[in-house]
Design a protein around this ligand. Sequence first.
Ligand code: SF4
Length: 62
Amino acid sequence: MTFHCKNYNLENGKCKRLSGECVPARKGCVLEGRIAVSEELAERIQRINEEILQSSRKKSNK
Ligand code: SF4
């Protein structure tokens, strides 16, 4: 099965919806909660969520 997301920017390989890296099923992705993810992808999603959390904490401390 293949999937093409209308939010995927073919020019830079990024997600137009989330203005960042395309990682299927990440928070805010159209696939969030709709697909089963591999262990590797789940770890990647976890890492992104942590980076976003750290980034928002830095912004709120300014
Ligand atoms: S992160 Fe999700 S919504 Fe964004 S381009 Fe990738 S598959 Fe589409």
